[in-house]
Design a protein around this ligand. Structure first.
Ligand SMILES: *Cc1c(COP(=O)(O)O)cnc(C)c1O
Length: 432
């Protein structure tokens, strides 16, 4: 059945049991797979036939879950990875090597910022960061002759900026390179970047896709539209023979739809082994079955909390693109018409001291280094993840000392607001 709705794909996509087979996806907890002849197995090693031989490269449980995510994004092929960090690294490393360059939005997850600016720099890959709101001229000037990819996040963690996917896709394509979009916070329920011109989508499935705080994981999805061979000189890894597979050329043998993910699994997962375990893929799939139901509630709660905070006298600033006062509201209307996510960030009068008092008095919202969980959680970057920075350094990094990131879970919104309200009352008393 073609053209199913996202809700149906969430519940039933990826795995279709035949007569008498398990209704729930089986966990194929096996490192290896049996063959009758060496010849049969040899064909798999030559990529002449598709099939399973070792779970470091591919596993049927992981593939079924990847197929569901692929269908949700409207892509042509996908693979699961051991984490969101691995997904972003391999999406980039699949086409970038020593001497290459990336154009990236400066408003991205700290882990990805570090990956690109420090670790990939050690591998000889350089980067130019541009503000997601940069001028056309600044964007144009960021490209170099060795640029191989453009990177951004649909909704940035933790800055909550909204990425103008169409604009960055056009710029990337003008320079003959793909746009890679990390769609973790929006999920395909709220935004499908391929529809706006993105070429590769990545996820930290650890967040909303799992949604229950059980499993670290990632995914890479190919939109299947980027014409690697039309820019063959930029992408030798895809467009020239791979000696480790008897000289096959991925872009020729697997076409636009299959080349990127086949190279990523057959070559990079073989060599780096950052695959997801079938057990973790099973947990991820349980999360995906209710993703469409949960996202709606996360967004309702995020909106309600953001509106409450905006009207509260002790709050100086709220970042949430669902608020009409938010600078990203018009981009959100374009890219996220059904809602954005459940993460809200805000600042309190009295900065870091007030933030600490406020958070100490929260009863439902737990202090955690996590977001996008069924349970509401929050973090003050200045006193946790960014603790080593001075208040001045924090200000420069765009993370004011009093900033709190709250990830609204699936609880009743009135209970969340009551919890926030009573904790804010404590701030007033203590600050006086
Ligand atoms: C958490 C996160 C990552 C990293 O994912 P892990 O699964 O923790 O490795 C990457 N991108 C975004 C937007 C994230 O929120």
């Amino acid at each position: 059945m073609k053209n199913q709705h996202l809700e149906t794909i969430c519940v039933q996509g990826g795995y279709t049991p035949k007569n008498g087979e398990p209704r729930q996806i089986p966990i194929i907890q096996s490192t290896t797979f049996k063959y009758s002849t060496s010849e049969d197995m040899g064909k798999l090693f030559d990529l002449e036939e598709s099939g399973y031989f070792y779970s470091r490269l591919q596993n049927p449980t992981c593939d079924a879950v990847a197929e569901k995510i692929c269908a949700l994004e409207g892509g042509s092929a996908a693979t699961l990875t051991s984490s969101g960090q691995a997904a972003n690294f391999f999406a980039l490393f699949n086409i970038c090597s020593n001497g290459d360059h990336i154009v990236a939005s400066s408003s991205i997850y700290g882990g990805t910022f570090n990956l690109i600016s420090v670790t990939m720099a050690k591998m000889g890959v350089s980067v130019s960061f541009v503000s997601p709101n940069c001028s056309d001229e600044e964007l144009e000037n960021a490209f170099q002759s060795n640029t191989k990819a453009v990177f951004g996040e649909t909704i940035a963690n933790p800055a909550l900026t909204v990425f103008d996917i169409e604009r960055f896709a056009n710029a990337a394509h003008k320079h003959g390179v793909p746009l890679i979009v990390d769609n973790t916070f929006a999920t395909p329920i709220n935004c499908r970047p391929f529809e706006w011109g993105a070429d590769i989508v990545t996820h930290s499935t650890t967040k909303y896709m799992d949604g229950h705080g059980t499993t670290v994981g990632g995914a890479i999805i190919d939109g299947g539209k980027f014409d690697w061979l039309a820019h063959a000189e930029k992408f030798p890894g895809l467009c020239t023979p791979d000696d480790s597979y008897h000289g096959i050329t991925y872009a020729e043998k697997f076409g636009k739809e299959g080349a990127f993910i086949t190279k990523c699994t057959a070559q990079l997962m073989r060599d780096f082994g950052s695959t997801q375990s079938p057990q973790n893929a099973f947990y991820l799939n349980l999360g995906l079955e209710s993703l469409h139901v949960r996202m709606q509630r996360h967004c309702e709660n995020g909106q309600a909390v953001a509106e409450f905070l905006e009207s509260h006298p002790k709050i100086t600033k709220v970042n949430y693109c669902g608020l009409s006062s938010d600078p990203y509201h018009s981009l959100a209307e374009k890219y996220l018409p059904n809602g954005s996510c459940g993460v809200v960030s805000f600042e309190l009068k009295g900065g870091r001291k007030s933030a600490e008092i406020f958070m100490k008095h929260l009863k439902l919202a737990a202090i955690e280094t996590h977001v996008a969980d069924a349970r509401t959680c929050c973090l003050n970057p200045a006193s946790s993840t960014h603790r080593q920075m001075t208040d001045e350094q924090l200000e420069q990094a765009g993370i004011p000392a009093g900033l709190i990131r709250m990830s609204c879970g699936l609880e009743n919104k009135d209970d969340l607001i009551a919890d926030i309200s009573q904790a804010l009352d404590q701030v007033i008393e203590n600050a006086n």
